[in-house]
Design a protein around this ligand. Structure first.
Ligand code: IPE
Ligand code: IPE
Ligand code: MG
Length: 235
């Protein structure tokens, strides 16, 4: 493959519509979605992608019915319990992006332990956004920098892109090269607002549970053909 993105972000959208299409309960759409996720993680790890960021639950998703929220919370536990051994064996390093304290206690404990267990792994960096909002992430970074200024660790005029990036969940990682959002919606929905600055974007017209590794490969090829200029001009 010509030119792989270092950091891929995915908004895994369309589970609800998939369930509706198949006349199934919404929860079953989410369950089916986990299968796509498993395949995409496996492939990304095998092919040597550096960073994969997956949007699993936004700060706005709490607005959904208690039944749906609880089905999603259940899936989080199932996912970590069933996948952690394989992910660890594949040297995947897990980082949770988002407010873990705002998750139910069991989920918080489970995701923290997955993060700790894999923190020294050297393979695919897997960021899972849970109770995540891009605006909240930026505000949190500003607040952390303010604290440092007050303590006298840094001066206001020291604040630059590098210092700011250190306060994001993606600290130490490259910015997003490729954003994929399935289901045909063309919006960011509060994902990685800062990190997407120069990301290439693809919006495959397929619901997340129907998204396959072959489609992912095609999307990676499309990315390889993109001309990225970062505001400059090529001769
Ligand atoms: C995305 O699928 C998964 C989550 C938001 C957790 P949706 O549930 O948003 O699917 P649609 O958009 O209703 O089809
Ligand atoms: C974004 O999808 C969040 C996740 C995929 C986890 P949504 O379905 O929640 O976003 P909107 O409501 O269509 O913008
Ligand atoms: Mg949706």
């Amino acid at each position: 493959m010509s030119h792989l993105p270092r950091h891929i972000a995915i908004i895994m959208d369309g589970n609800g519509r998939w369930a509706k299409q198949h006349k199934l309960a919404t929860a079953l759409g989410h369950r089916k979605g986990v299968e796509s996720l498993r395949e995409i993680i496996r492939y990304s790890s095998d092919v040597g992608i550096a960073v994969l960021s997956l949007y699993a639950f936004s700060t706005e998703n709490w607005k959904r019915s208690p039944e749906e929220v609880s089905a999603l919370m259940g899936l989080i536990l199932d996912f970590f319990h069933s996948e952690i051994d394989e992910l660890d064996a594949k040297d995947v390093r897990i980082r949770i992006m988002g407010d873990v304290d705002g998750l139910p206690e069991k989920q918080a404990r489970t995701v923290r332990s997955a993060q700790e267990r894999t923190e020294n792994n050297k393979g695919l960096q897997l960021n899972i956004a849970l109770n995540y909002g891009g605006q909240a992430e930026i505000l949190r970074a500003i607040s952390a920098l303010c604290e440092k200024v007050i303590k006298g660790d840094i001066k206001c005029q020291d604040i630059d892109d590098a210092l700011f990036q250190q306060e994001l969940y993606t600290a130490g990682q490259p910015m997003v090269d490729l954003l994929i959002r399935t289901s045909g919606e063309m919006r960011i929905s509060n994902f990685l607002l800062y990190q997407l600055a120069y990301a290439e974007m693809l919006f495959p017209q397929v619901l997340w549970p129907d998204y396959t590794v072959d489609m992912f490969k095609k999307d990676l090829e499309t990315f390889g053909g993109r001309d990225r200029r970062y505001g400059g001009r090529k001769a």
